[in-house]
Design a protein around this ligand. Structure first.
Ligand code: SF4
Length: 425
């Protein structure tokens, strides 16, 4: 049986950050306990359907998973082990926010088998942290980082952000210097995206409009500065021995995040909890393929069923409170009637859509994709499907195509959204 990756969503945070549009809210102890109860029931339900499947990675994200009382995390991992089989070298990550994980909790996480911690720092500058509405200071982060190391974690990620309001190159460089001095194994450096519906969206509406018109902005970086900040992070981190393996991700040798690589390589994954997304095989779900016979045969070795859980925590808790996970799991429920799955999100990809994803996601990795992998999955040479796009992008210096490998060039990486969009029809 093909192994799976498992994602578990914890939708609770101490307080909402001003730029955040993730599925999270502050929830009291009772709601948290009820949520974990529901999560465990969902896991048991899947366990009846695909129980015993090998897991190569587990990622507990949020939200702020470390804000759950750690015995609740213990219940979650007991359910993981009850329902699935972790491979010996499985990567098991947990997201932690500074100030929310005590030494005792971190030691307990280690005992649960968690072997990778991802800490949301975002900036080493306390003014920037306050502007973002983060709950912590740099010193809070330092204490958490020390606790993480003291608990024995040797695989640690630190998240930083570029493109912050009023951020200068000097400020970003200082953040990167302070973070790299601690020698985490992995650093993610994502650009701030101001999402509709967030307090930042209202606050920076004027700057967003100015940016759109190509005019000088007041607080948000304009396009040129945004690029300069991204480029600074890339150059600085590479100079400190962090290899860039994806547009926004850097790691010491051998420390790339396997779970995230799985997303970009379109490995199948199961998402549990509110709003969590899944990508599974239709053949594995025993659903007859709608595509033509040839396409169906080729694609049957490839995950092509996407869906997400409902996003409302109270509804999710209520549903599972009244649902008996011991009743016979029905495969068709996954697509049609499972009340915790948002039916609007259920999508069975056509062969063409799966090909688009293969390129769109695979080219995010600096290593790009192997042409033979494309052929092995789809039974067609990549050139026979994307020849004109590849030829045009190669001529424009956006992708390189050498030795059977296709990858974005530096120029292509700089405008990756545009380049990758050309593979979508
Ligand atoms: S800690 Fe993360 S998930 Fe929570 S509110 Fe802030 S950005 Fe959102």
């Amino acid at each position: 049986m093909e192994p799976l990756e498992l994602y578990i969503h914890i939708p609770f945070c101490v307080k909402k950050c001003l730029y955040c549009d993730f599925n999270s809210h502050s929830g009291g102890p009772e709601e948290q306990a009820a949520y974990v109860d529901a999560l465990v029931r969902e896991m048991d339900w899947w366990g009846r359907l695909i129980g015993g499947r090998r897991l190569t990675s587990v990622f507990v994200g949020g939200g702020t998973p470390s804000w759950l009382d750690y015995p609740l995390m213990g219940q979650i991992f007991a359910a993981v082990r009850r329902n699935f089989s972790l491979t010996e070298d499985a990567e098991i990550s947990l997201e932690v926010n500074p100030g929310t994980a005590t030494g005792e909790a971190l030691t307990a996480y280690r005992r649960m088998g968690i072997n990778r911690i991802s800490i949301g720092l975002q900036s080493a500058n306390d003014e920037e942290l306050a502007l973002l509405g983060r709950i912590h200071t740099w010193n809070d982060f330092l204490r958490t980082f020390e606790n993480v190391r003291a608990a024995g974690f040797s695989n640690v990620n630190v998240d930083v952000m570029t493109g912050l309001p009023l951020q200068t190159e000097d400020r970003l460089k200082k953040t990167l210097q302070m973070v790299t001095m601690l020698r985490p194994e992995h650093i993610s450096a994502y650009s701030l995206i101001v999402e509709p519906g967030t307090p930042f969206y209202e606050k920076y509406a004027g700057d967003l409009a100015r940016r759109e018109r190509g005019e000088k902005t007041l607080e948000l970086p304009d396009d040129n500065l945004e690029y300069a900040l991204y480029d600074l992070a890339r150059t600085f981190l590479r100079g400190r021995g962090y290899g860039q393996y994806e547009i926004s991700n850097y790691a010491k040798e051998g420390c790339a995040c396997r779970h995230n690589l799985g997303y970009w390589e379109r490995k199948p994954y199961l998402g549990l909890g509110v709003g969590a997304a899944s990508l599974l095989y239709d053949s594995f779900m025993d659903i007859s393929p709608a595509a033509g016979k040839g396409a169906a045969q080729r694609i049957s070795a490839y995950p092509n069923l996407r869906f997400s859980n409902i996003r409302e925590t109270d509804r999710y808790i209520d549903l599972w409170r009244n649902y008996d996970p011991r009743q016979q799991a029905d495969l068709d429920e996954v697509l049609a009637d499972a009340p915790w799955i948002d039916s609007k999100t259920v999508q069975k990809l056509t062969c063409r859509e799966a090909m688009e994803e293969f390129l769109f996601l695979g080219l995010r990795k600096t290593a790009g994709i192997q042409e033979t992998d494309f052929f092995n999955v789809f039974g067609l040479p990549v050139g026979s499907v994307y020849g004109p796009v590849l030829e045009s992008q190669t001529k424009r210096g956006l992708v390189s195509r050498e030795g059977g490998r296709i990858a974005l060039t530096r120029k292509g990486t700089d405008i990756s959204n545009q380049v990758l969009a050309e593979y979508l029809r």
